[in-house]
Design a protein around this ligand. Structure first.
Ligand code: P1T
Length: 409
């Protein structure tokens, strides 16, 4: 084992929770595709029985992310150190909700990824009878008013998707412990990545990732993760991962482990480029407002500085003029790909109201400020000068009212 809890993140992403494969000494874990493992005598086995329950390739990824998030569970206590990998981010959230009983109270951030909102409101409110209250958790007073002694889970996203609101995790944990002792605080850390923010360090109980995004980083795997640092909770999640069965497959676990090795260098590039681009957009006459946690103009910039080690690759901005310029802008970019998702090495651009957050009811979108002029950028690791030139060209076309077809003539 090369690992130490004291290593810096750039060392952890290479070594944490990893060891050579015991038979051959292979440095990278093989892709164990076998669905089952032979037993010497009924019930006498190597610790591996069936691949939904135990898979060495998946364990290697789970241990890595558990260690990156700062789980204190050691491998001799749990084979994946409190990390659990799933077939998608939503499968991870879905399994996490199985910690609750029918009819339990859940308090959730009002601004969430559209698919999370849909799973809560349109699936689990019906099938599990969850009593869900949405509140702006950036306002601790609102959280306190929403909590009751019967609240069993609090679901936080920070920064939020897509309006990049921040939630003070320490303040949330303190309020929950005081008003709803026993409630689990879960944080979707997808936008920050464990390089920029580690919610367990702030007292949260469970961290969730759509590993489709920064953790894998190459837009070629869909996956999800949960991490906890408490052994009792770990046992419950281990039971549920196996009992529900929405596990990540070994090929995806291998690819994601390969991707995560460069997480520290990728995040350094995402953080730096997004900062440069956010500053540029803030000065651009075609932009009404830029939202980026690293800008002093972000209303929670001080919290970003204290809670995060970097501000991430996601930028949200409002284009002057609303829907029509927004549409032309999105049609005009060349390097930024018009696509859902985020967190890959390539830059993506999208329109939340029409794309990722279309499943959020229009009245809620309006309340949250997810308007027609709102554009979301996932800044990749290309040269920021080229990205800025691409955006400037698209602004010129969008505001001249010209279609991209006309512009190429
Ligand atoms: O897509 P999936 O791996 O199932 O993860 C869902 C999810 C959960 N949490 C956050 C914060 C997310 O952003 C996502 C997925 N988001 C997108 C696809 C998107 O473009 O915003």
């Amino acid at each position: 084992m090369h690992e130490s809890a004291n290593h810096k993140p750039a060392t952890k992403v290479i070594h944490a929770g990893q060891h050579p494969e015991p038979v051959t000494g292979a440095v990278m874990p093989p892709i164990f595709t076998s669905s089952t493992y032979v037993q010497e005598s009924p019930g006498k086995h190597t610790g591996f029985e069936y691949s939904r329950s135990h898979n060495p390739t998946r364990y290697a990824l789970e241990r890595m992310v558990a260690k990156l998030e700062g789980s204190r569970i050691e491998e001799h206590q749990d084979p994946s150190c409190g990390g659990f990998a799933f077939a998608s981010g939503l499968a991870a959230i879905s399994t996490c909700l199985e910690l609750l009983d029918a009819g339990d109270e859940l308090v959730a951030m009002d601004d969430l990824y559209g698919g999370t909102n849909r799973l809560f409101s349109r699936v689990r409110a019906r099938s599990q009878g969850l009593n869900i209250r949405y509140a702006d958790l950036a306002d601790i007073g609102e959280l306190e008013r929403a909590l009751t002694p019967r609240t069993k889970m609090v679901w936080v996203e920070t920064p939020t998707n897509p309006t990049l609101k921040l939630v003070d995790l320490r303040a949330v944990v303190k309020a929950v412990r005081a008003r709803a002792p026993g409630a689990l605080v879960c944080c979707d850390n997808t936008f920050a990545s464990p390089i920029n923010q580690r919610p367990l360090e702030h007292g949260c109980d469970i961290v969730m990732h759509s590993s489709t995004k920064y953790i894998n980083g190459h837009s070629d795997v869909v996956g999800g993760l949960l991490v906890c640092s408490d052994l009792k909770l770990c046992e419950r999640l281990r039971f549920l991962q196996n009992a529900v069965g929405a596990v990540m497959g070994p090929f995806d676990a291998y690819l994601t482990l390969r991707g995560v090795k460069t997480l520290a260098v990728r995040m350094a590039a995402h953080n730096a480029s997004a900062m440069t681009i956010a500053r540029h957009l803030e000065k651009h006459p075609g932009v009404e407002r830029v939202v980026y946690p690293g800008l002093p103009s972000h209303p929670q910039h001080a919290l970003a500085r204290s809670q995060m080690d970097g501000f991430g690759g996601m930028i949200t901005f409002f284009i002057a003029g609303g829907l029509e310029p927004a549409r032309r802008f999105l049609e005009s970019v060349r390097i930024f790909a018009l696509a859902e998702s985020l967190g890959g090495v390539e830059s993506l651009i999208e329109h939340p109201a029409i794309m990722t957050h279309a499943s959020v009811p229009p009245a809620t979108r309006e309340k949250l400020g997810i308007g027609d002029g709102l554009i979301r950028l996932s800044v990749g690791i290309e040269d920021p000068d080229d990205l800025i030139a691409d955006l400037d060209r698209a602004f010129a076309l969008a505001h001249a009212g010209r279609s991209p077809a006309a512009a190429t003539r």
